[in-house]
Design a protein around this ligand. Structure first.
Ligand SMILES: *Cc1c(COP(=O)(O)O)cnc(C)c1O
Length: 388
């Protein structure tokens, strides 16, 4: 299946909605049946039929089919956030007494899920530096049921050798889940490397327009059915039909956005590298990345999220840099059409639990490169450096 077929046509049964090129928003909570027999058949398989929108909805199903195809998955479930997708994948995979191994700098709420929420229900965990495969092996216990990966992660872009970790896990009957938000399905296919579940914050590149919070979870039909019967239906963190429709629209330009973002990021990176105010640039494809070889082998292309370590005398200089930016909007999140800046220093010390461990320097500023002309972004950064 080619990419444009997936994005422009897959799942869209235009003949059933009078040829409409853009699919309808099935803004209905319930779907009625003409006979008891038809009702019974739908009830028996709520994942495949449309009975109630907490289970399935035709607009959401179009999106599920497209994202499953992009990930090379048999099936996909959409959620109201990336955090919900990750939580559902984890909740479906473990129970009291089980143990989870997770990379030590995952997305902050993935860490909180394991450390604070699941710990209350008797699920134990070990956080490991995922840059060495042996660290996973050493952390396993007879109770380990799940390994949670995020490659690259979204602040310092550490990677895991996904094929090697998947081999290790499969040999022991341990399930693996990988957060693939950074790479997007275009640049990395964890399922093809042997990973069992792929999660996305679809809020980021998949939607790409900073107007929807959404999550996706992809895997085999059997595991997705297990997730559906478990946390999907019981916790009910679904994506609304309207948000699914916005996502279908956002997704149509994913390849174009990613191409533009990768090209602009290369230009911005060239400006930043060697700049006297930049102590270090974190980026998978940066030549100085200690995992550069793995990035070349495992990623098909580049993303637009990178982190600068500023050469600043104090935090006030970091603040002056960020406050001077006019084209980069200062906020959380990433992956939209617009460029963003996220200073680690904005996280209040009282919120330290949200900050990644290993005491990240407060001089880090993460940039998400958007669709602007790269010269405009470089000029903005240049102005901000001058204001330091
Ligand atoms: C944003 C993000 C999440 C959480 O997704 P939400 O859609 O905000 O719930 C998970 N993982 C990564 C890497 C993220 O950047």
């Amino acid at each position: 299946m080619d990419l444009s077929y997936i994005l422009n046509h897959l799942g869209e049964e235009r003949e059933t909605y009078r040829g409409a090129v853009s699919p309808p928003i099935f803004q209905s909570s319930i779907f009625a049946f003409p006979t008891v027999a038809a009702f019974r058949a739908a009830f028996r398989d709520e994942l495949r039929h449309t009975t109630y929108t907490r289970g399935n909805n035709p607009t959401v199903e179009i999106l599920r089919r497209k994202i499953a195809a992009l990930e090379g998955a048999e099936d996909c479930l959409m959620f109201g956030s990336g955090a919900a997708a990750i939580a559902a994948g984890v909740l479906a995979s473990v129970g009291a007494g089980d143990h989870v191994v997770c990379v030590h700098k995952p997305y902050s709420w993935t860490r909180t899920l394991l450390r604070d929420l699941l710990a209350r229900f008797g699920v134990t965990h070990t956080f490991v530096d995922g840059t060495e495969v042996a660290n996973f092996e050493h952390a396993l216990t007879p109770a380990t049921r799940l390994i949670v990966l995020e490659s690259p992660n979204s602040m310092t872009f550490e990677m895991q050798d996904l094929a090697a970790v998947a081999r290790l896990a499969r040999a022991r009957g341990i399930r693996t889940l990988c957060d693939n938000s950074y790479a997007s399905p275009l640049n990395q296919s964890p399922l093809a490397l042997g990973i069992d579940l792929v999660a996305h914050s679809a809020t980021k590149y998949l939607n790409g327009h900073s107007d929807v919070v959404a999550g996706a979870l992809c895997g085999s039909a059997a595991i997705i059915r297990e997730v559906f019967r478990g946390p999907y239906m019981t916790c009910g963190a679904i994506l609304s039909p309207h948000d699914a429709w916005l996502m279908i629209r956002g997704l149509r330009t994913l390849p174009l956005r990613m191409q533009r973002i990768a090209a602009s990021t290369e230009r911005v990176l060239a400006f930043l590298q060697g700049h006297p105010r930049v102590a270090r640039v974190y980026y998978p494809q940066a030549a100085a990345n200690p995992q550069f070889a793995l990035a070349q082998a495992q990623l098909r292309g580049a993303s637009g999220l990178l982190t600068l370590e500023l050469r600043a005398d104090d935090i006030a200089a970091v603040e002056r840099f960020c406050d001077a930016l006019t084209r980069f909007l200062m906020t959380v999140s990433w992956g939209g059409y617009e460029s963003l800046a996220f200073p680690v220093a904005a996280v209040h010390p009282a919120e330290a639990p949200l900050r990644p461990p290993g005491a990240l320097p407060l001089t880090l500023v993460r940039l998400s490169i958007g669709l602007e002309e790269p010269e405009v972004l470089i000029a903005d950064l240049d102005r901000a450096f001058a204001a330091m």
